[in-house]
Write a protein that binds this ligand. Sequence first.
Ligand code: MD3
Ligand code: FE
Length: 196
Amino acid sequence: AVVLRHFALTYETVIFAALTDVVGQAPFRHMVTPGGFQMSAAMTSCGGFGWLADRTGYRYNTTDPQTGLPWPPLPDALLRLGIEAATAAGYPSFVPDACLINRYAVGAKMSLHQDKDEPDLGAPIVSVSLGLPANFQFGGLRREDKPLRVQLTHGDVVVWGGPARLYFHGVLPIKDGVHPLTGAFRINLTFRKVSK
Ligand code: MD3
Ligand code: FE
């Protein structure tokens, strides 16, 4: 995993314009896991594929089940950010075809999990943190591996590839605060390659 501190800061304005556009077409929603729990992070997606959780499982889909429409296109500025970050981390041929957007209110979290719904595990995942800081947990290949704790703040980008691609990870509950751009929220973008 490669941490690119503040890498996204120069994209701040275009990111927020792009997000406003995407969220206008595909609003944030709280999905329900197969176990019946509502996720505390609200989510949406853009690009050719969006990620879904429902009572039957986890998967990617080309349409938003809430609107019946294709997910909004991946805005060009976001695509460029994803590609430039991957290139800076040593993955010059990464071309994402999905961007999952997570919004955390104060107290929201994401429990330890692996990302393995993407068929091409050779492609990295690029994550962009915005707004309130997060204490991120970065474990190993086994759920029991003791996670490292890494603070991710506004503008930080992390590229997860190679063996780290399948490492368990999570986000501890977001602490109370206010960020000038996002208010009382943290937003995380993850760029992924979903097509094989
Ligand atoms: C490490 N999101 O959407 S981003 C997720 O901050 C997710 O919203 C978290 O985990 C968030 O699936 C963490 C960092 C991240 C994303 C994917 C990874 C770390 C990863 C895949 C493999 C290893
Ligand atoms: Fe994840």
